[in-house]
Write a new protein. Structure first.
Length: 346
């Protein structure tokens, strides 16, 4: 690149500069709305402003079955998706009287419905706006095809990571200066990998994904109280791999994706809901390539099983008791270890 001069350099720089100007993201905001009690009957909530991502807080059973659907401008209702907790969390979860579910991406809505299988009290919505009130999907579509296919900067390993590394889009491509970790990254070990889904409705556009990651980051940090976005990596349905949690793609960065096991694992989330639909072929290929590179990088195979100890600090999320030695696949679904349906039935 340093050798490029004149018109050649200008032709390379101008498209990205134009995209950056058009797609300069608004500063994310977080708001809260009280809903009251909730039961089996769906409750409709009109919001005072657009919410691109929504999470639910409640008092009542921790394992309550809670679902959410929403209306996007100019379209009907989305399908119902789970807004309950899915066993994500750090090794030392904060103590709180209320429970907080995992967030759901809407891409911009002002009307939603909630329902639960048991009576829930003091239900509250946490509303993240990453579009300045315009709706993230509407902004992504308005930015045009150039923004959707623009080259995003790639992350580089700290050390010579060897052959086989797939392209991984750098954190700065989605963080855009708004998403610093609360504290410096922590490092543990990578003895296995967990696969997750984010339980967002499928069908998002490529241009929405950076905004989705900013919104999930804000929820994980400012609602859950975590230090950073919970996942180490995120894969979208178009087969793009994103560096999520800060600290280095080739480092054993401790995430907040699988309580009880974060110190010995890496976590990859596929954007979408896969309870009844399979992940796309590009997403599957990217997931396989990422884990086939990441695990051997830390000296462990991607096949077979491993025995790991359940960390007592995060055992509240686990299917197994604190300090238990559990045999898990080297590449495991989140549900293999924690009390959750993640990453879906399919």
């Amino acid at each position: 690149l340093a050798s490029l001069t004149g018109a050649a350099a200008g032709s390379l720089l101008r498209p990205w500069s134009a995209v950056a100007t058009v797609a300069a993201p608004p500063r994310p905001t977080l708001d809260q709305r009280a809903v009251g009690d909730l039961g089996r009957d769906a409750k409709t909530i009109d919001l005072p402003h657009v919410a691109d991502l929504v999470g639910v807080q409640w008092q009542g059973p921790k394992d309550a079955s809670l679902e959410l659907r929403f209306q996007a401008p100019g379209s009907g209702w989305s399908g119902w998706v789970s807004a309950a907790g899915h066993g994500h969390g750090p090794e030392a979860p904060r103590l709180a009287a209320a429970h907080v579910g995992d967030p759901v991406w809407t891409g911009g809505t002002r009307v939603m419905q909630l329902r639960a299988t048991s009576r829930l009290r003091d239900v509250r919505l946490h509303l993240v706006d990453v579009s300045g009130g315009a709706g993230a999907r509407r902004l992504a579509l308005a930015s045009g095809p150039l923004a959707a296919v623009a080259t995003l900067p790639l992350a580089a390993p700290t050390l010579d990571a060897g052959a086989g590394q797939p392209p991984i889009i750098a954190r700065r491509a989605w963080a855009r200066g708004f998403s610093p970790p609360r504290v410096a990254p922590e490092y543990g070990a990578v003895r296995m990998g967990f696969v997750h889904h984010t339980e967002n409705p499928n069908g998002y556009t490529p241009g929405e994904v950076p905004a989705m990651l900013r919104a999930i980051y804000m929820f994980h940090r400012d609602v859950n109280g975590w230090n950073d976005i919970g996942y180490n990596f995120v894969v979208d349905s178009y087969g793009r791999i994103f560096e999520a949690r800060a600290g280095g793609i080739d480092e054993p960065v401790v995430g907040a994706h699988a309580g009880g096991y974060n110190l010995v694992s890496t976590g990859v989330a596929v954007l979408g809901s896969f309870m009844s639909s399979p992940i796309s072929a590009p997403a599957r290929t990217a997931l396989e390539r990422l884990l086939a590179w990441k695990l051997p990088l830390h000296g462990v195979p991607a096949l077979g099983r491993v025995s790991v100890r359940v960390n007592p600090a995060g055992a509240s999320y686990s299917r197994f008791p604190a300090n238990a030695h559990v045999s898990l696949p080297r590449v495991a679904g989140h549900r293999d270890a924690d009390s959750t349906d993640c990453p879906g039935n399919v």
